[in-house]
Write a protein that binds this ligand. Structure first.
Ligand SMILES: Nc1ncnc2c1ncn2[C@@H]1O[C@H](COP(=O)(O)OP(=O)(O)OP(=O)(O)O)[C@@H](O)[C@H]1O
Length: 291
């Protein structure tokens, strides 16, 4: 790099740092001729292990039960849990020509995940950020999704550069934020809300997972972390409260055994599912106006 180029670069960095200019986003990923994805909805969390994949799975199953064509893009490349949960732990995705073909669950949900292309489910994914971003690009550009009403993206936890790649490169209509009761207190959820706001991605609302335990005898709800702060937190960040899920050993077992899709009780998180459908209808109306 010669002196002129160095000076130009330094000036650009300076302008970005001092807020006079926005960094250039990478060009959006392109859909291929074998995919027609109408709506993309992300499921995010401020940190790992709070049940983001679980909520992603619930939304997928419930939307499919309502008759929608649904896919899940598991963008949690280094910690993919969707295939096992959906009973696909021993299945591998096929390739046709230069395209990957998503794997179908028993209920007809299309899934693409790093675990479906690795030789063994237990192989660790030790890829650096740009390689992980490349995998997400492949799962979008080089995967034959066919016609889908909804593609749910199980996002990597937290606010990493991979999460930024998804926001910047996929046409995300909105995100559902998942949190645990402790996150609501520690404001971890604020990071996820702020990230979505900074990326101009609408927040559909907030789900609180593991909010309570239900007594198996009398059905009483016990709140091990104290009274729920879902409503209060949602209000503080000006987002919708989309419901709570109990801590339930049956859910954990169904995720581990891969029987989730069949065993999931009907009608979980109805407000979250409605929010996804409403957003899709709104986006359709907007796009219709633009035509
Ligand atoms: N409500 C719940 N009741 C019982 N177990 C749960 C519940 N929610 C999640 N789990 C269990 O906790 C573990 C983590 O859940 P999950 O994979 O959905 O979290 P995640 O936020 O997607 O994690 P990661 O950050 O690794 O992507 C899983 O084993 C799951 O079965």
């Amino acid at each position: 790099m010669d002196q002129n180029e160095q000076d130009k670069l330094r000036q650009e960095v300076d302008e970005v740092l001092h807020g006079q200019r926005q960094p250039e986003p990478p060009a959006g990923f392109q859909q291929n001729d074998y995919s027609n994805i109408h709506h993309v909805v992300g499921v995010v969390s401020g940190k790992g292990g709070v049940g983001k994949s679980l909520v992603c799975g619930i939304l997928a199953v419930e939307l499919a039960r309502r008759g929608a064509r649904v896919g899940i893009l598991d963008a949690d490349i280094t910690g993919p849990s969707i295939p096992r949960m959906m009973g696909l732990a021993d299945v591998r995705a096929r390739g046709v020509d230069n395209l990957l073909v998503p794997v179908l669950t028993k209920g007809g949900i299309e899934v693409m995940s790093a675990n479906l292309v690795l030789e063994n489910e237990t192989d660790p994914v030790l890829w650096r950020g740009p390689v992980v971003a490349g995998a997400i690009k492949q799962f979008w550009e080089d995967t034959a999704w066919g016609e889908l009403d909804y593609l749910l993206v199980d996002m990597p936890p937290g606010t990493s550069d991979v999460a930024l790649t998804v926001f910047q490169s996929l046409p995300v209509d909105g995100v559902v934020i998942v949190s645990s009761p402790q996150d609501l207190v520690q404001m971890v959820v604020g990071k996820a809300v702020n990230m979505a706001n900074m990326m101009n991605v609408p927040v559909l609302g907030l789900v609180e997972n593991m909010a309570y335990v239900e007594c198996p005898h009398c059905g009483e709800r016990i709140y091990p972390y104290g009274p729920s702060r879902l409503e209060e937190t949602a209000k503080a960040f000006d987002v919708e409260a989309l419901g709570q899920l109990p801590m339930d050993a049956a859910i954990a077992t169904a995720c581990d055994e891969g029987t989730f899709e069949g065993k999931l009780p009907e009608g979980l998180l109805p407000d979250a599912v409605d929010a996804v459908v409403r957003t899709a209808e709104f986006m359709d109306a907007l796009r219709g106006q633009g035509e």
